[in-house]
Structure formats: C-alpha cells, structure tokens
Design a protein around this ligand. Structure first.
Ligand code: F6P
Length: 361
C-alpha cells in the first residue's frame, strides 16, 4: 500500500506558533500513520505557480527548534485572493483553477490549512471548487476566529502588549504623562482589553464599544483626583474616531491598513486634558519573536488533532479550542464570521469593575 500524501500551508498574516503547528502535523502524520507530508510554500501561491513550490518534510526537518521559532518556515501571503488575483497590469484574474491543478499535480489527498477567518473562507472555497478534502487550523493574533476560544498567535501577541504596558508604566510615572499604547487586532479588541486588564490600564478602547473624548478626559481627571500623576491607555487599532471614521494608512499597492488612532486620540486629548501625552504603536512586534508557551501548546494540540481528523475521514472541519479541549467545527460555520468582544461579557465587566473606562454602550 502506498503512503497517504497530505499537504500543509500557512496563509494570511504570520504569527508566533505557526512552526509549532507544522511540527505537530508532521510528527503525528509520520509517526502515527506513516504518511508523507508536503509543506506548500507561500500559502496558495505554492500550488498556483509553476513549478510548484513545496518541500517534503521529514522528522529531522521539524525538530524542537520549531517550537521556539517565530514566523513560518513555509512563508505566507495575506493578499492575492486566487479568485481575483491582482495582475501586473492592474486587472484581476481568476486563478483558482491553477491552485486546483497544482494540488492534483502534487498528488496529495488532503490539505491542512493554517489560517485566519479570511484565509479559511478563501481556501474553503478553493477546496470546494477542486473537491479537495481540507482541515483548518485557526491562527491570528487578532483571536477573532469564530467558535474557538484561542487561535494560534494570540497568546504571544498579548504577552508582547502586556510587556509593553509594564515598560510604559514606570516612564509614564517618571514624567507624569499619559501613555497611549496602540495595539493590533483589526476590527476586534481581544489584544487591547486583555492587555489593558493585565497591564492596569485606566482607559481601554476597543472597536466593539463606542467611547467619547469627554469620557476619557473624565477618567484622566479622576486618576489625578485619586492622587496619581500618570495614566495608561490602550487603544485597539480598529477603533474609530469620535465621529466614526476609521484611521488608516495606505501601504504599497494602495492597500489600507489600520494605524494612527493613538495619534488621533493624543491630538484630541491635548485640546481638553492638561497632560503631556505620548503614543506607542506596537505594530508587528506583536506578531514576531519566540512563541509564548500557551501558543506552543495550542499549536501542538491543534496539529495533532487535525491529522487525526484526516485519518478519521472527518473533512471540511476546523479544529477549535473550547473549554480547555480541542474540538472540531464545520469550516462553513466559521467562514466570514468575526468573534468579537462581548460588551457585557466577563472581560468587559472585569475592566469596568476595576474602574477602567472602556467607553459607553
Ligand atoms: O490580522 C493580523 C494583523 O496583524 C492585524 O492585527 C493587522 O491589522 C494586520 O494583520 C496587519 O497586516 P499587514 O501585516 O499586512 O500590515
């Protein structure tokens, strides 16, 4: 009997813990089932382009150093939807068939996709088109994938944001300043609210809860009245201005990316609050570096379970972390849904209970 061949790819923005998941998939597939595992390079591009771009993994190629290594050794892309692929002349081309043909050329029988909600949706459509059996593993520092308490990368990003708070607090106190920390998270505030609670923020702004500048100013006055000479604020990059506009910067290729809400708030607060304010934009340091232990554990558990799903013929599923267990859910239940912070849930109520200003519903 010939060994089963499976493929694995990473798609969307990188984060810490991706290599730990690759390692787990390879170990489980080879040790337990004797399968062959092919790593596809640069997300869907590895199967779309010719020659195909892939590597066959063996156990030696995914040693324990993979647990400690940030990023993804396979490479990834977070643009270039194969259904509307951007061509050099500015037009868009449907290149989905190139992907399906590449899959067949490589002769694999199932695909493990490590991605966020956007990648999960696109890859699921691609796999449906090609009749390709797929299993998904959720990753994103934003932690916004539906039906899973944790996605790979979130724990590391949170640790980085929490450490930034620890470093900002003493300098804020020394200079009697208001420090604003702008964190990533796209349209949700998981990093912001968790880092705010863990780091003792006075103000936490998340896209899920509207705020007023007056509310922030009031909180800063309260802090002063309590005898403290400095204040800490965390703002999620996806928060809008008081009048409801997103704050973005244009990247190469004309793509808009969140960024700048911290500076906006500092400028507006300068009009009402008499305090020196400084802004720190944490940016991509939240995605890189050595994975947190929690991410390594989640990634390992997800990788092992994903391979077992393929072995059981349970396809079209995404692995998920629910109540301390790995479970699986239909990928179709996840695609296109964003898991946001519940404005009345435990985290929001905890922050309010601590006296943190988190906006007004
Ligand atoms: O989705 C992950 C994420 O890091 C977001 O938090 C952030 O808005 C975005 O990706 C940044 O994307 P890029 O790496 O393209 O700048």
């Amino acid at each position: 009997m010939t060994a089963k061949r499976i493929g694995i790819l990473t798609s969307g923005g990188d984060c810490a813990g991706l290599n730990a998941a690759l390692r787990a998939v390879v170990h489980r597939a080879i040790r337990n089932y004797g399968w062959k595992v092919f790593g596809i390079r640069d997300g869907s591009l590895g199967l779309m382009n010719r020659p195909l771009n892939y590597v066959e993994f063996d156990l030696k190629s995914v040693g324990d150093d993979m647990l400690r290594l940030g990023g993804t050794i396979l490479g990834t892309i977070n643009k270039g939807d194969p259904f509307a692929y951007p061509m050099p002349d500015g037009s868009k081309k449907d290149r989905s068939q190139d992907f399906v043909d590449g899959y067949k050329e490589l002769g694999i029988e199932a695909l493990v996709v490590i991605g966020g909600d956007g990648s999960m949706r696109i890859l699921n459509e691609l796999c449906r088109k090609g009749g390709i059996p797929m299993v998904g593993i959720p990753k994103t520092i934003d932690n916004d994938v539906a039906h899973t308490d944790y996605a790979i990368g979130f724990a590391t990003a949170l640790n980085v944001a929490g450490e930034a708070m620890d470093r900002l607090a003493p300098t804020a106190a020394s200079h009697h300043r208001v420090m604003i920390l702008e964190v990533m998270g796209r349209d949700v505030g998981h990093i912001a609210i968790n880092a705010g609670i863990a780091g003792g923020a006075d103000v936490v702004l998340i896209p899920e809860i509207p705020y007023t500048l007056e509310g922030i100013a009031r909180k800063i006055s309260e802090v002063r009245a309590e005898g403290r000479n400095h204040a800490l604020m965390v703002v999620a990059e996806g928060c809008k201005t008081e009048t409801g506009e997103s704050v973005t910067t244009l990247q190469s290729g004309g793509q808009a990316r969140y960024g700048g809400i911290g500076q906006y708030l500092a400028a507006r607060l300068a009009e009402t609050v008499e305090a020196e304010t400084r802004v720190t934009v944490l940016g991509h340091v939240q995605r890189g570096g050595m994975p947190a232990m929690r991410d390594r554990i989640i990634a390992s558990a997800f990788g092992v379970y994903a391979v077992d799903l393929i072995a059981q013929g349970k396809l079209g599923r995404m692995v998920a972390w629910q109540h301390g267990q790995v479970v699986d859910v239909p990928i179709t239940d996840v695609a296109g849904i964003t898991r946001a912070i519940d404005p009345y849930g435990t985290l929001a109520q905890t922050a309010r209970g601590l006296g943190t200003y988190i906006g007004e519903m």
